[in-house]
Design a binder for this molecule. Sequence first.
Ligand code: FDA
Length: 462
Amino acid sequence: MIESDVVVIGAGVTGLTAANRLRAAGLTVTVLEARDRVGGRTWTNDIDGVTLEIGGQWVSPDQTALLETLDELGLDTYDRYREGSSVYVDAAGTRTEYTGDIFPLPEATANEIERLVEVVDEYVAAVDPARPWETPDAAALDETSFRAWLHTLSPDRVATDNVELFIAGAMLTKPAHAFSALQALLMAASAGSFANLVDADFILDKRVVGGMQQVSERLAERLGDAVHLNAPVRTLRWTDEGVVALADGGLEVHARQALVAVPPPLYSRISYEPPLPRRQHQLHQHLSMGFVIKVHAVYDRPFWRGSGLSGTAFSPYEVVHEAYDNTEHGSEQGTLVGFVSDQHADDLFTLSAAERKARVLGSLAHYYGDEALRPVVYYESDWGTEEWTRGAYAASFDLGGLVRYGADQRAAVGPIRFASSDLAGQGYQHVDGAVRIGREVADEILAVTPVSAGEGAAGSSV
Ligand code: FDA
């Protein structure tokens, strides 16, 4: 039996950021992690001799909380390769090379896309990402799907197809009919603006030398043997005075406070004794994971660069709707990363592994030419089969869910609190959001948990 002030469930960036901050303030902390590794949705792994980012990897300039953490942990960043032209494939399958942010479409449609980005940003300006349910007209915006809403803003379906891609396929990884306009505005507001999301050079600016998972690994190192791996928490017994967390391996942690730092769709994997209140039972059912397959294809050399291509490619009409140069820092090989989202991902997994690979590489070849058909390493990240994640990138509410439940999503239940990047405001669904919400929830716990005599501040607060 272990006794500590706080038990943290989940050793992703959220849980580990909070644990470090709590410990630095003088509380004792135990972290219980289901997997045999820390990092959760960040995972830097060697596949057939090549280092790949299986999960979260990019950092944008406004992600200042993550940038501070990287600095504090002594981790360096490097620029995503982006020299040269991008590639766009239109509805007819025509491939065009272009530069700048706006897709090479007929002038009227390109202008319409620019106008729509501005219109969406006028709405975004009124959204506080920490309280999107307080946005003017929030109820109406939350009961309309993003697709239906865009259709009210423009009759140009090519323009709306392209604009919806930036948030549907590329961010929430759900079809644009499956989430609300308000949810889309939250996504954009959490990144500063819709113009930021549309700008790959902004939102996918930098990577971490050696990989993003090191953030969690270094945070966990500081906690030492307070982090327990292979310890999925099955039961949380709670009263107003404290909690007992029961995990595999016979681990039993008695604590004054608990932080459940797991993806929201997994809250119900834990048995709460007594059960959570009605409100949590209801609201937790309205948060669901999107789904995207992140595909890596590694080549002997970054052959596209020689043809003047940056490696950046987009098409709302291709299986791989976006792709980038994802070459590892200092490597002579060349790596492309592509994304297959929502229903395309479902469809792809009805095929055999060989058929899937042929479809994905065929799509990459459409963007970059036939050399893309012959990678030396090919890897599909399938977060849908990961028991302790169950989708990618993150969770979002269904239609109407933000207004109906959003304000209560972080409410404490007795000594139990919930936090993850999926519940963050700024940095929502991103590693930066995990750092921010990890800090915030630690401060909430500190506000109600006096440091016992004899315990003193230790370590860095991150
Ligand atoms: P996370 O899910 O990481 O951590 C939760 C932890 O809880 C996990 O370690 C899990 O094993 C554990 N757990 C679950 N149930 C448990 C139980 N019952 N008991 C104990 N432990 C339990 N972000 C970004 O900023 N830039 C990017 O480029 C990308 N790209 C990207 C690609 C892909 C493929 C994915 C999947 C995700 C991204 N993201 C991203 C998103 C980013 O990775 C994500 O938002 C954060 O890493 C989430 O961190 P959290 O700690 O909140 O949850």
